[in-house]
Write a protein that binds this ligand. Structure first.
Ligand code: DON
Length: 566
């Protein structure tokens, strides 16, 4: 176990009063008989667990966890961002998805970040102009109205207490604040620097993060509901503060924001029905396409994490990413060919272009393009199951670490920089090196394509797995690998999550791999014609597995979150 892993596991264990990590596994794992959850923050896990123990359901706990993450995990937890929910309702045996992704403000323009010299302005990633209209508070309100059982006010309360009384900071926050990007961003905004760089230095580990403005904002939301954020006096203060700082968010943008219930993407693979997020997430279609392409290969015979099987997965990912970049955008503004992308005909056509022994250069399959790899940033996923059998998989994001870096003055919350998930300029890669089509160009009121992929797997109609991760374009491929490790290779959940990860996204034409990948496997992939590039951790999975009447909750060792249950 890494030093960071040990420190975080001990912190989580102390806070949750539980023995967390089994021997040999550096993440956090709990086996529960009634209810369980896994989140990136021990504070959020503890808050969600106490809702579950008091008889709240998985949606109640999701509301509490989301607000708690906005306080205790400011890198990605948020009320100024957006996200996606996949929800299994035990009573009806059905799966729902809620899209509370941000939308472009009415004042947004297609070329708003394009500079005269053809480069892209920093405004797509930094400051209030980078923000889409936040969807999180409306999303939590919508899921709570439909499925929640406990009073809203009670569910927001734990986050208010965390903001007011403070949370102990950890080494990860210190590291993330000290990253060059975050520093550069945060330095520009006194409202953000005052919170995270008191006396000019990043909050060190084991100090206390007090957020009084955020506590007051959350109290208004608790007392007056989501309406307060979108059309009440809070909305007025948000718009005034954002416009004063040069942003373009209007009263109308906030008051017209509405989350959308959507039909999930369902794909059958082996004996599993996999339920995923539809567009504007690319996750469901991408994972579905990869699984369809892989379906007729004997991956088990090719071996667990051998170069042979990793090559097949990477080649399928390459092809699905070519389609993603071409076809994915907001379904409200473009026809997205769901059926064609998930058809057998397409899987066969792509398979016919694959060579089991050699890499196929992306350039020979699609438009060329190549961009540098990027360091990972933040988004966060959590997973919850309650005593009634309901299951939540929820991924939420500000896009980058600390979003746009802009804390709304006086209100204490960070705004997202989700506008950078659009194609900022045709033919130019965004922050994640994704070269996307005009289908994802900026338009007022439009949603930007996303990679977030909360996923629930049913077997014989009952929950079997629930999972998701952070990681930009590596999100779908990470979910895919954990799925394959469990479903094809029969690995226990902790091993399936701990296994080294690999990633291909068509452009740049390379396999990214984690440092834990064995050298000989990487060399073998290289010998098959793949460029191979080592990078930092890929993803941070929070998953549940349902087996023999128990729920196994696992937090990925990579970020060292906390599983809980009873
Ligand atoms: O929605 C998306 O695809 C991105 N905004 C997600 C960013 C992300 O996962 C960064 N995390 N590590």
């Amino acid at each position: 176990m890494s030093a960071r892993g040990i420190a975080r596991a001990a912190f989580a264990a102390a806070l949750l009063g539980a023995a967390i990590a089994p021997a040999g596994f550096a993440g956090s794992q709990v086996t529960a008989s009634k209810a369980a959850l896994s989140t990136v923050s021990p504070y959020a896990t503890q808050a969600g667990l106490s809702v579950l123990k008091r008889g709240g359901n998985a949606i109640d706990a999701a509301v509490t966890v989301s607000f708690a993450l906005a306080v205790a995990h400011p890198q990605a937890g948020n009320i100024g961002g957006g996200g996606f929910l996949v929800y299994y309702e035990a009573k009806s045996g059905s799966v729902w998805t809620l899209d509370f992704r941000e939308v472009a403000p009415a004042a947004a323009k297609r070329d708003m970040y394009l500079q005269p010299d053809g480069t892209i302005s920093v405004n797509s990633q930094t400051g209030p102009l980078a923000a889409g209209v936040p969807g999180t508070v409306a999303g939590l309100d919508a899921m709570h109205r439909k499925f929640g059982t406990r009073p809203w006010k009670e569910l927001v309360q734990p986050a208010i207490a965390l903001a007011r009384d403070g949370v102990a900071t950890d080494a990860r926050l210190e590291r993330d604040l000290n990253s060059a990007r975050s520093k550069r961003k945060i330095d520009q905004f006194p409202s953000t620097a005052a919170l995270f760089f008191p006396k000019g230095k990043a909050l060190p580990a084991n100090s206390r993060l007090l957020q009084n403005d955020l506590a007051a904002t959350l109290t208004s939301i608790a007392d007056s509901g989501a309406h307060e954020f979108y059309a009440g006096s809070l909305a007025g203060r948000i718009v005034a503060a954002v416009q004063q700082a040069g942003g373009n968010l209007s009263h109308r943008d906030l008051s017209e924001y509405a989350p959308t219930w959507r039909a999930p993407i369902r794909v059958t693979f082996r004996d599993c029905d996999i339920y995923m997020m539809p567009p504007p997430s690319s996750g469901g279609l991408l994972i579905g396409e990869v699984l369809n392409i892989l379906n007729s290969y004997d991956l088990a015979a090719a071996g667990f994490q051998t170069a042979k099987s990793l090559h097949l997965v990477a080649e399928a990912e390459r092809r699905a990413y070519i389609d993603r970049n071409k076809y994915l955008g907001d379904p409200a503004t473009a026809r997205i060919p769901y059926r064609e992308l998930l058809s057998d005909t397409r899987a066969v056509a792509w398979r016919n272009t694959m060579n089991g022994e050699r890499a196929t250069p992306t350039i020979s399959l699609a438009e060329p393009g190549s961009t540098p790899a990027v360091e990972p940033d933040h988004t966060t996923h959590f997973t919850i199951a309650d005593a009634e059998g309901n299951v939540v998989a929820l991924t939420t994001t500000l896009n980058d670490d600390f979003g746009s870096g802009f804390v709304v003055p006086g209100l204490g919350f960070l705004l997202n920089d989700e506008m950078d998930d659009f194609t900022p300029a045709p033919g130019k890669p965004n922050r994640y090196g994704l070269l996307q089509g005009t289908v994802n160009a900026i338009e007022p009121h439009k949603k930007m394509a996303s990679s977030m992929s909360p996923t629930i797997v049913l077997r014989k109609g009952k929950p079997y797995l629930a999972l998701g991760t952070r990681g930009g374009p590596t999100i779908p491929t990470t979910v895919l690998q954990v799925l394959l490790n469990v479903v094809v290779y029969g690995k226990p959940l902790d091993e399936a999550i701990a296994a080294p990860r690999y990633h291909h996204q068509a452009t740049p034409d390379q396999i990214d791999y984690e440092s834990s990948a064995p050298r000989r496997t990487v060399d073998a992939l290289n010998a098959m014609g793949h460029s191979v590039v080592q990078r930092d951790d890929i993803g941070d999975v929070h998953a549940l597995m349902f087996a023999a009447g128990k729920i196994i909750a696992v937090a990925d060792p990579r970020d060292g979150g906390a599983a809980g249950g009873y």
